[in-house]
Design a binder for this molecule. Structure first.
Ligand SMILES: [Zn+2]
Length: 503
């Protein structure tokens, strides 16, 4: 059971956009940027008082997940916060969050970044002869040489566990940088220590930590032994000045959070930590640096564009260089790539992600892409009617409680707030479309999950494999359908869904 993906049934979490940590529901003069597409903006921009713009995520609490599964899910647009695994509803959410990644080779080594590396090196070594011979664009060489020759600065990779020292730095950072005064050891643990990974990934082995803590000396082709969550603690004169919280995945490093001491703001530790992570990726023979989400119209998040990055198309499960689609996503818009010839007549089939080779769109000259998000998900988009038709069939033919949705709007209308439907909407970009789900059930492909997908009813403590989807209760069928839509069919081959019959 060790590679099992053990989750609570998927849920929608939505709250007022005023709770959005990026825009706080207020885009000032640019309020049309609250909308994912032009047509929705035109329809509602002057009637914002009639709808609820929300901050909406869809996800699951995860009890158990292996690192390989998380690597795949990261490349399908998921992120984790402690044990909660989620993606954002890119259509209804107030901000467009795009999964962004880069590589050491793609990094655009600007003057500013060079300065950051040089200043860091000069701060931590007495004699700069060890870096003056290194080419100015070779940031990896500079960082490695400076750290190997430093008597004042070192870092330590360690398990993502609580300590008072880390917690105190966290509080200082939250209070001074984010004006967040509601911290407790419990919230620190839940946010930055709790993980769904097994103890072998969390605790690692002495050998794997020794190798990671000597990453500067790794040889080309040498395989990194540690995968799993880590805290990397930065020490200057034996004082803890910063902590990176990351997940080391088979395909790269996923950055979770970064905490730094405001007394050291001159060090530009945020930038430095990204450069150091990229240096580690290079030396440890990993491939990608996952920087979390990119939000084009959020000043706090759009610095990530400076790292020469590519962003994920959630329907194709493929990346495209940010500069290729920059115009498509300006003003808070969503993009789904298409070509000029084919007009979509329904939502796109969701392609299971492939990490590494083939995971990016071809950018050879001559390849022209257009944005087809409007044609699928706009006011006149092809997605809604077709989804309602499929939801009707899922209900009538298979007794699964899907419902028809208002095809006039995707938003909760204030006047109908008390009757607003809960649950995953029928149309969400990046989730398996309902027509595809219906197809899986009609063709009998769903029987591939029998004996592989497990169900765990909490109240009775009964765990059992799925033996016949068609004979399950409507509620259990719905939970299985939601799980397939959110995580994809392949992932469901090893899922255990926990649920409470009474909920
Ligand atoms: Zn927002």
């Amino acid at each position: 059971m060790s590679d099992r993906f053990v989750i609570w049934a998927p849920m929608v979490h939505s709250e007022s956009a005023s709770k959005c940590g990026y825009c706080h529901g207020d885009k000032g003069e640019n309020r049309d940027q609250l909308f994912a597409l032009d047509s929705w903006a035109q329809r509602y921009v002057d009637k914002l008082d009639t709808i609820d713009i929300e901050n909406c995520t869809i996800g699951s609490f995860v009890e158990r997940m292996d690192v390989i599964t998380y690597d795949r899910l990261c490349n399908m647009g998921f992120r984790r916060s402690g044990k909660f695994l989620y993606k954002v509803d890119p259509l209804r959410n107030c901000c467009r969050l795009f999964t962004i990644r880069t590589t050491p080779q793609e990094l655009d080594m600007t003057k500013e970044l060079k300065k950051c590396v040089n200043r860091f090196a000069k701060r931590i070594i007495d004699d700069d002869s060890c870096i003056s011979t290194v080419a100015s664009c070779d940031f990896v060489g500079k960082i490695v040489n400076a750290e190997l020759n430093s008597k004042t600065f070192h870092t330590r990779f360690e398990p993502a566990l609580y300590s008072d020292e880390k917690y105190q730095l966290f509080v200082k950072y939250q209070e001074n940088v984010h004006q967040d005064f509601k911290n407790s050891p419990k919230s620190f643990k839940r946010f930055l220590c709790d993980t769904p990974f097994g103890s072998e990934s969390v605790l690692g082995t002495q050998e794997s930590w020794d190798q990671l803590n000597n990453w500067q000396r790794m040889k080309p082709g040498e395989k990194l032994k540690h995968v799993g969550p880590v805290h990397e603690c930065y020490y200057y004169d034996d004082k803890l000045i910063a902590i990176t919280v990351s997940d080391i995945l088979p395909s790269g490093i996923s950055s979770v959070y970064f905490i730094w001491d405001p007394d050291y703001s001159k060090w530009a530790l945020g930038k430095l930590s990204a450069l150091r992570d990229l240096a580690i990726i290079k030396k440890a023979n990993l491939q990608y640096y996952y920087l979390g989400y990119y939000i084009q119209d959020c000043p706090k998040m759009n610095y990530k564009a400076g790292y020469g990055a590519e962003v994920l198309d959630v329907c194709h499960g493929k990346y495209i260089p940010l500069k290729t689609i920059e115009n498509m996503i300006s003003r808070g818009r969503l993009f789904i790539l298409g070509d000029e010839e084919t007009k979509p007549s329904k939502e796109l089939k969701i392609i299971d992600c492939n990490i590494g080779k083939g995971s990016s769109f071809s950018t050879e000259s001559g390849t022209k892409y257009t944005n087809i998000a409007e044609e699928i998900y706009g006011v006149e988009g092809c997605a809604f009617e077709s989804a309602n038709q499929s939801s009707l069939e899922l209900k009538e033919l298979y007794g699964i409680p899907f419902g028809e949705e208002d095809s006039d709007t995707i938003y909760h209308l204030k006047e109908q707030r008390d009757h607003a439907p809960s649950g995953i909407p029928n149309v969400v970009p990046g989730l398996l479309p309902l027509w595809e789900l219906l197809d899986i059930i009609e063709t009998g492909k769903i029987t591939d999950l029998e004996g592989r997908l497990f169900l765990f009813e909490i109240e009775t403590g009964e765990i059992r494999p799925l033996t016949n989807f068609y004979c399950e209760t409507p509620q259990v069928k719905k939970r299985i359908c939601d799980t397939i839509r959110l995580f994809g069919f392949e992932t469901c081959m090893k899922v255990v869904i926990l649920y409470n019959e009474s909920m």
